[in-house]
Write a protein that binds this ligand. Sequence first.
Ligand code: COA
Length: 331
Amino acid sequence: MAHVIIKGIGSHVPDCILSNADLEHRVDTTNEWIVGRTGIESRRICLDTETTSDLGYEAAQKALKHAHISSCDVDLIIVATVTPDMQFPATACIIQEKLKCTDIPCFDINSACSGFIYAIDIARNFLLNNPMMKNVLVIGTEKMSSIVDWEDRATCVLFGDGAGAVVLSRDTDRDSEAGIIDVLIGADGHCASMLCCPGWGAAIPVNVENVKKREYFIKMEGREVFKEAIKRMCAVVEDILLRNHLTIDDVACVIPHQANMRIIGAITDRLGIPSPKMYVNLQHRGNTSAASIPIAIDEALQQGYIGPGDLVLTVAFGAGMTWGAALIRWK
Ligand code: COA
């Protein structure tokens, strides 16, 4: 059976650091509240001139270098984002132009914070079913600061900007067990209004009234999202382990979506995951939505949390509601 492996990975965050102390000057909050309720100490924020495609391009360049391939070897680009540069064309096309890889298919997907897991599932299926494709570039990239309501203290403390990218390829070593073992994704549109950015689409036209109503910013029912996140992430982890006849003991490293330390703590406890297996970088990244998981995998790799042959379990949850988990045997 052919395997799809992560041949290269890279991430990029903007230089500008926004600390909790900085936020104390913007809204009625404190460092103690933010750290106590979320675990976040600081996040990276784009300059006005930096775009989602800029971040994605930087991460993609690093992933291509890590994979030892050039942009000419890429057969498809999939970008997961809720903060595209524009309504259209796809940010994937804008990054394609920056990478100078012409005439290949490129598209965006919007599965919010689960977007990266959805995208690797799509990429894996392309690679397994289309012999013409050898390398697919999957990028999770977000400029969340562009849709955060900087007057809403309940949400503006949570999010950050950044990008992560992987090159997925068919493994030519047929005896190897490395690669993406399984991906499980799901959604419940019943919860769509719990976490959304109501403007920017066809439902709410752009006009002064809607701008005044702050319809172009993130709206969230924090407590409901919190409960759903724990429920869905625990369930999808149990399901993917069960259907692969594995237990948490077989997993070397768990990379959860980096939204909130208390959500991560709750799934760690409920699933009986030993804390050292759980990788956390949200202290200095905040919630970077679709970029959260590829950034976390890249940083975990650089910090030695993941080694050759390790089984990595990644799990995400996001607006939609969407969720997903992937099991990856590291090459
Ligand atoms: N600083 C100080 N106080 C704040 C605050 C802030 N930044 N944000 C909210 N508060 C206040 C609220 O106004 C409320 O005050 P009140 O009791 O006087 O009304 C109080 O803190 C409690 O608010 P609540 O929303 O119930 O807090 P919480 O314990 O649920 O924590 C979140 C809020 C947002 C941290 C939490 O609900 C959460 O993390 N939810 C999930 C969010 C998420 O991960 N979203 C992305 C999913 S991909």
